[in-house]
Design a protein around this ligand. Sequence first.
Ligand code: NAI
Ligand code: NAD
Ligand code: ISE
Length: 337
Amino acid sequence: TGLRVGVIGTGMIGRDHIRRMGTVQAGVTVVAVTDVDAALAARVAAPLGAATHPDGLDLIASPRVDAVLVCSWGGAHEEYVLAAIAAGKPVFCEKPLATTPEACLRIVAAETGHGRRLVQVGYMRRYDAAYRALKRVLDSGLIGAPLMMHCAHRNAGVPDFYQPDNIITDTAVHEIDMVRWMFGSEVAAVRVLRPRASRNAGELPDPLLLVLELANRVLIDVEISVNVRYGYDIRGEILGEDGTVSLGDPGLIAVRQGGRLASPVPGDWRDRFGAAYDVELREWAAAVAGGGPPDGPGAWDGYAAAAVSAAAVRALRTGERVPVDLGERPRLYDAGR
Ligand code: NAI
Ligand code: NAD
Ligand code: ISE
């Protein structure tokens, strides 16, 4: 049966990851699931022949579970990641690693105490073919040294429970992780500008403009709009000294008909990043099944994203420029360890 995985949280992304582990992935079996909505967990478990557990702690303790996927809401990540580390089991945690920098540091401390990397965080853009191609061009030197990056992160809509802070902590957090990886530099300070709100936005401060200053002085702007209605649209263009490189059209085809030229816009993150999640989980499972540490974004990256998110939430509330100080990174997170 290969790697036996237990999944905590059988909501949208939990079910999507379960589907991919059963279809596009060899050597992985989902043997256990749990959800605070027990009826939902039972419905998801039945066709898999998986066990259901009363809660995440019980699932993690099961001797039949080799590795854990945490797909519950952000506020219900820390407890399970800490329990997995205490049990010495590899844990793939959807973003955000936890909802405060302090909680992420508790995870970093637990993992450092354990002495080996066990945690990977679901920052899948690092596995996306288009972002990887962008990084290859940047690293080749073709466009010269980077100066700025312009990004847009647009959702068609968001669920009812989505709060103002989620625009940063759940949505912009993907750009926050992506730029640290793309430019190999930490975010040094954050500003948030707030234009007129969209009439589709309800009570949310939507859209927002996030400005990230990197330690290497590259400047990033991110438009975040979470009720654009027309689809899920992720954009990015890097300005270098000698040229630019930008994400292409993800639509793949163009239809010419009736005097119009059209190409499809993805409906949501499953459409746009489906292939990236496939690669992300395949590489994760291969690494941990072989007994090695996961080599994707880890607990330190989850902490850095949470620290920048917390600064951005403060910038949103105060209108001020908020510096970010991550403190010292433990040796466990040095490259190649
Ligand atoms: P969802 O609301 O569809 O699913 C969450 C599920 O977790 C629900 O079924 C809920 O009942 C369950 N749950 C919550 N707390 C729990 C707990 N303590 N124990 C067990 N089950 C619990 O939410 P969705 O969209 O699937 O998001 C889940 C996580 O995945 C979030 O952290 C979100 O940020 C992340 N996510 C990541 C995406 C990505 O692109 N990487 C895309 C969508 C979500
Ligand atoms: P969702 O609401 O569809 O699913 C969450 C599920 O978790 C629900 O079924 C809920 O009942 C369950 N749950 C909540 N608390 C729980 C707990 N303590 N124990 C067990 N189950 C619990 O949400 P979602 O859209 O699937 O998002 C889930 C997570 O995935 C979030 O952290 C989100 O940020 C992340 N996410 C990431 C991406 C991405 O692109 N990487 C996309 C979507 C969601
Ligand atoms: C969701 O949780 C995700 O992670 C998606 O990738 C993101 O685009 C969306 O805004 C979040 O709510």
